[in-house]
Design a protein around this ligand. Structure first.
Ligand SMILES: [Zn+2]
Length: 86
């Protein structure tokens, strides 16, 4: 399976640095080193019957702690409203 990298890592880091004004400490392990995933993920909407709704999702950019993997999700559409869906 081929993965298409669709996150501009430098641009994402710049956005996060600009908006994350508090302590950049992991709440789990207290590490302060993070990395940005190079692909946009998605969180799908669940239907009433707990099944996925195929057409509705939130695009997310993942920021993960380098030590324990704890992750933060940022809405890619907010970070870069001009970006097209992958
Ligand atoms: Zn951690």
């Amino acid at each position: 399976m081929t993965t298409t990298r669709n996150v501009d890592i430098d641009k994402a880091i710049e956005w996060i640095d600009e908006h994350w004004t508090g302590q950049k400490e992991c709440p789990i392990c207290k590490n302060t080193s993070w990395f940005v995933g190079d692909v946009i993920g998605e969180i799908r909407q669940m239907g009433r019957d707990q099944r996925f709704v195929a057409s509705s999702f939130f695009p997310v950019i993942v920021l993960s702690c380098k030590t324990c993997g704890y992750s933060l999700l940022f809405n890619a559409a907010v970070m870069d409203p001009d970006q097209k869906a992958p």
